[in-house]
Design a protein around this ligand. Structure first.
Ligand SMILES: [Zn+2]
Length: 97
């Protein structure tokens, strides 16, 4: 069982009390029309699924309702870092077209 302390309300919650929002993505482009169809496909449907550290979005669903980011090791499920989204920016993905 993964236990994560919400950075907003500071309460430790079990993972079933936190809504999983998936792998964190960089902010939506300011001009969505600049991305090609393959770039949108990569952004929306393909995840890196690495063995090691990933950054995920989680929502404190059973508590304060705020979203935050978690850096977690997929091999050990160790929680490496927890922060509100602006404090943990997501690296830009590399798209291939
Ligand atoms: Zn909370």
């Amino acid at each position: 069982m993964i236990v994560i302390r919400c950075p907003h309300c500071q309460v430790e919650r079990h993972e079933d009390e936190l809504f999983y929002g998936g792998e964190a993505l960089p902010p939506r482009p300011s001009d969505p029309l600049q991305l090609s169809d393959p770039e949108w496909t990569g952004r929306l449907f393909f995840r890196s699924n690495p063995e090691g550290a990933v950054i995920e979005d989680r929502c404190c669903a059973a508590g304060c309702g705020h979203w935050f980011r978690v850096r977690r090791c997929t091999a050990s499920h160790a929680i490496l870092d927890v922060a509100p989204p602006p404090a943990m920016p997501v690296p830009l993905p590399e798209f291939s077209s």
